[in-house]
Design a protein around this ligand. Structure first.
Ligand SMILES: [Zn+2]
Length: 729
C-alpha cells in the first residue's frame, strides 16, 4: 500500500512541478523512503521536537518574502465597488478583442492571451472578495461578499454567452497553431466550455432558456451555501440526558437562561454533534440528535429540488441524456457508466462485510443494554443513530482504543508543527511563522493586523529549503477554531492563485486552511482526535498542493484539476497518519507542554497516576493501527449511500421522472438499502421521516459545483471548495 502510494505520489509531483524543480523535490522524497518504508521499529524518522521557525529565528534568506501578503481590509462597500471595477475591466477586455480582431486573424496571442492575463489578475482580488463570506465576523461584510459573488456569477454567465468572443476563440482553435501544452489545453478547454454553456445552441428560445437556468442555478447555490454556513440551530438538553459525553465537550456548550435554565445547548457544529452522538449513553438522546440534525435546514429542501430539476432541464437542452453525463464527460471517469459500475462493484464487495460488522455491533448493543439493566428495551434492531456510539464502544472495548485518551498526545499546536515538519522534509520546504511586529514589517499597509482576517489566524511564509535554493513559494494561512458565521467544516481555500505575469515574472500563491477544531481551555490545549489529525493532514495536503503548483495560467493553478483527481494527493497523504513512525513523531503529550498543563493533567488524573510518556507509547500505536479496518465496510457503505444517491438523482430516464422524485424518501430508503441500518421507516413510519419538515440531510447535501465549475474564462476560478466532509452517523 505504502509503496504504491509513493509511486503515485511521485507521479503527482511530476505533474505539479516544472522540470527544473521536480528532480530535487523527488530526491527529497526518496531520502525519506528508507525510514518510512521499512518500518523498523517506531523511531521517529522526522524529529518534530524543535519549535516552529519564526522570522527572528529564520536564516537571512527567509526573512523577507519577495511578494507582500494580501490585505484583508475589505468593507461591505469596498467589495461591491471592487467587484464592479473588476467586472468592468473584464468586459472591456472582451470588447477590445472583439473590436480589434477579425475571425481570419484570430490567434492564441490576440484572443486567448489577453483574457488569460485578465483572469490571472482578477483572481488576485476575487478569491478574497468571495472568501469573506466564509470567514468574516462581520455580517454586513459576509452579505456583501455573497452579493459580490452573485455579481461575478452574473457577469460570468453574460460573458460565457458572448457569441462574438466564442467565434474568435473557435477561429483561433481552428488555426491549429503550434502551442505549448498548457496554452493548447487552455484554448481547447475554453472552447469546449462555450459549447457546454449553450453556444452550440441556435440563438432563440432554447438558448435564452438555457441562460435563464444558469442564472437561477447560480443564485440557488449561493443561497443554499449561505443557509448552511449561517445555520445556528441546536438542541437544549438537561445535562443528565447527555450522560457519557466528555466533560470538556459539555463545558463548551452554552448555558441556558429563562425557559432553558439548567439546560445546555448542543449546536449542530462538528465539535458538538460528533462527540454527542459518539458518547451519549441514552439512546433517545442519540435519536433526537440524529433526527434534529437531519431536519436542521428545511429551507434548503425546495432549493435542492429546484436545482436537480434545472440541472436536468439544462443538460437535456444541450443534448445530453441527463446531468450526470454532462458533468462526468470532462472528468477522468468520462461516463456515468464508469461511475455506476464502480459504485455497484464496491457495493457488492462491501455488502457481506457490512452485514458481519452490523451483526457484531448489534450484539454489542444487546450486551450493553443488558448490563445497563435495559434488556427489555432491546428490540433486536440496530439504528442509524446507534452507529457512531457502538462503533466507538467497540473500538474501546475490543481494541483498547480510547480516542479521548489518544487525543491527549495530539495537541493542535504540536501536531501542526509536526505536520509542517513532515512536509518540509518530504518536499524540501521551509515554513516561517510570521507573528507580532514581523507582520507589520511585510504588510503593504504597514499594519500587521491587516494581513489577517481574524486575530486567531496564523500566517506562514513558505520557501524552498536552503538545499533547494531558498526560493519563495507562497503564503500559508491557518484559521483553526469555530466562530459564529464561519464556514462550518474543514476546507482549503485558495486566496490568491499563482501564475506567470505578463512581464514574465512569477506571481506566488496564497492559500488558507479553514477548520473547526475545538478551542483550547485554561486546563487543556486543543486536542485532536486521530480522525481530526487525519483531517488536518488531508487539508494541509490540499494547501501544499496549492502552494507547490506552478502553472502559467491561474486557470490551472493548484487544486484546479479535474474534480475526480483533486482528492487523490490528500487521500494518499492520509496514509502518513497510519504510519507508526510518523504517529510517534507527531505525538506530544499535553502534560509535557507546560507546568500549567502538567498541573491540570495531574488534577484530572489523580495524585497516584504515573506521568504519561512524552510520545505516544508503542502499545497505543499498535492498538490504533489495528483499528484501521474495523467497521470499515460499514463506513464505506455509508459513503456509498451518498455517492449512489448523487448518481440516482442526476441520472433520471426522463425529465418527467425527475419531476416525480420524492427526494427525502429516496434518500432515506436508499440509505437503508445500502447500509441496512434501521431507520424510523423500519418502525412503520415510512421513509419520509422527520415530518412535517421532511427535509432529511438533503438540506446539506448539495454540492454546488455549478459555482466552482467555472465554465468560462471570464469567471475566475475561486479556489476549490470542498463543501462537504460527509458526516456519517
Ligand atoms: Zn479533500
Amino acid at each position: 500500500m505504502l509503496a504504491l502510494s509513493f509511486l503515485l505520489f511521485i507521479g503527482i509531483v511530476l505533474v505539479l512541478a516544472p522540470p527544473s524543480h521536480f528532480a530535487s523535490r523527488v530526491s527529497a522524497i526518496f531520502k525519506q523512503l528508507g525510514p518510512i518504508g521499512t518500518k523498523t521499529g517506531l523511531r521517529p524518522s522526522v524529529s518534530v521536537s524543535r519549535p516552529l521557525t519564526t522570522v527572528a529565528m529564520a536564516p537571512q534568506a527567509f526573512k523577507k518574502p519577495p511578494q507582500a501578503p494580501p490585505l484583508f481590509t475589505g468593507t461591505s462597500q469596498s467589495v461591491i465597488d471592487d467587484t464592479k471595477r473588476i467586472v468592468e475591466k473584464s468586459r472591456s477586455t472582451e470588447d477590445k478583442i472583439v473590436a480589434a480582431v477579425k475571425a481570419q486573424d484570430a490567434t492564441f496571442e490576440n484572443v486567448m492571451l489577453p483574457m488569460a492575463y485578465d483572469e490571472n489578475d482578477g483572481g488576485l482580488e476575487t478569491h478574497i472578495i468571495g472568501f469573506y463570506q466564509s470567514v468574516s465576523t462581520n455580517q454586513e461584510l459576509r452579505d456583501a461578499s455573497t452579493k459580490a459573488e452573485e455579481m461575478m456569477d452574473d457577469f460570468s454567465i453574460e460573458s460565457s454567452m458572448r457569441e462574438d468572443v466564442y467565434k474568435l476563440v473557435e477561429a483561433a482553435l481552428k488555426k491549429g497553431e503550434k502551442l505549448d501544452a498548457e496554452s493548447q489545453r487552455l484554448l481547447e478547454k475554453v472552447h469546449k466550455d462555450y459549447i457546454r454553456n449553450g453556444l452550440g445552441l441556435p440563438a432563440g428560445p432554447k438558448r435564452d432558456r438555457f441562460k435563464e437556468i444558469k442564472k437561477r442555478l447560480s443564485q440557488l447555490c449561493i443561497v443554499f451555501s449561505k443557509n448552511l454556513n449561517e445555520e445556528i440551530g441546536g438542541l437544549w438538553f438537561d445535562p443528565k440526558d447527555l450522560e457519557g459525553v466528555p466533560e470538556d465537550v459539555l463545558s463548551l456548550f452554552a448555558k441556558g437562561e429563562g425557559e432553558n435554565a439548567g439546560k445546555i445547548k448542543m449546536t449542530f457544529k462538528y465539535p458538538d454533534i460528533i462527540p454527542t452522538t459518539k458518547y451519549a449513553k441514552n439512546p433517545e438522546t442519540r435519536k433526537t440528535v440524529y433526527l434534529a440534525n437531519e431536519n436542521k435546514l428545511p429551507q434548503n429542501i425546495p432549493i435542492f429540488r429546484e436545482v436537480i430539476l434545472l440541472r436536468d432541464e439544462a443538460a437535456r437542452l444541450l443534448g445530453y441524456p441527463n446531468h450526470a453525463t454532462f458533468v462526468i464527460e470532462d472528468k477522468m471517469a468520462k461516463t456515468p457508466k464508469t461511475v455506476d459500475d464502480f459504485l455497484g462493484d464496491l457495493r457488492t464487495r462491501l455488502a457481506k462485510g457490512g452485514e458481519k460488522e452490523r451483526k457484531a455491533l448489534t450484539e454489542l448493543k444487546k450486551k450493553e443494554l443488558t448490563e445497563m439493566g435495559m434488556a427489555d428495551s432491546f428490540d433486536g434492531r440496530y439504528y442509524i443513530w446507534d452507529n457512531r456510539y457502538y462503533d466507538r464502544l467497540m473500538l474501546e472495548q475490543d481494541y483498547s482504543l480510547d480516542q479521548e485518551k489518544l487525543a491527549e498526545w495530539f495537541p493542535l499546536e504540536t501536531s501542526i508543527r509536526g505536520m509542517l515538519t513532515i512536509f518540509e522534509t518530504l518536499f524540501g520546504m521551509t515554513f516561517v511563522e510570521i507573528t507580532g511586529e514581523d507582520r507589520g514589517a511585510i504588510s503593504p499597509s504597514g499594519k500587521g493586523d491587516d494581513i489577517v482576517w481574524h486575530p486567531e489566524v496564523q500566517v506562514f511564509s513558505a520557501w524552498d529549503s536552503e538545499d533547494q535554493g531558498s526560493g519563495f513559494v507562497g503564503y500559508l494561512y491557518l484559521d483553526l477554531h469555530p466562530r459564529e458565521g464561519k464556514y462550518g467544516h474543514a476546507a482549503n481555500f485558495n486566496i490568491q492563485p499563482g501564475f506567470v505575469q505578463e512581464n514574465g515574472t512569477r506571481r506566488y500563491p496564497v492559500t488558507a486552511l479553514v477548520c473547526n477544531f475545538s478551542k483550547p481551555t485554561l486546563k487543556k490545549p486543543s486536542l485532536l482526535k486521530h480522525s481530526e489529525v487525519t483531517t488536518l493532514f488531508h487539508e494541509l495536503g490540499h494547501g501544499i498542493h496549492d502552494l507547490v503548483s506552478k502553472t502559467h495560467y491561474s486557470r490551472f493553478h493548484g487544486t484546479n484539476v479535474v474534480r475526480d483527481f483533486v482528492e487523490a494527493p490528500s487521500q494518499m497523504l492520509e496514509n502518513w497518519c497510519w504510519t507508526p513512525s510518523q504517529l510517534k513523531a507527531l505525538s506530544h503529550h499535553y502534560s509535557s507542554l507546560s507546568p500549567e498543563y502538567e498541573a491540570a493533567w495531574r488534577e484530572r488524573a489523580g495524585e497516584g497516576a504515573p506521568k504519561p510518556e512524552k510520545q505516544l507509547p508503542d502499545k497505543m500505536i499498535e492498538d490504533l493501527i489495528k483499528t484501521k479496518h474495523v467497521n470499515y465496510a460499514m463506513f464505506n457503505l455509508r459513503q456509498l449511500h451518498f455517492g449512489i444517491f448523487d448518481m440516482t438523482v442526476h441520472e433520471p430516464k426522463s425529465h418527467a421522472e425527475v419531476e416525480s422524485f420524492h427526494f427525502s424518501e429516496m434518500y432515506n430508503k436508499l440509505g437503508y438499502d445500502v447500509t441496512q441500518l434501521d431507520t424510523p421507516a423500519q418502525l412503520g413510519g415510512g421513509y419520509d421521516f422527520g415530518k412535517p419538515s421532511s427535509s432529511t440531510n438533503i438540506g446539506v447535501l448539495l454540492i454546488c459545483y455549478d459555482r466552482t465549475r467555472r465554465n468560462n474564462l471570464r469567471s475566475p476560478p475561486r479556489g476549490v471548495r470542498r463543501w462537504l466532509l460527509w458526516l456519517p452517523f
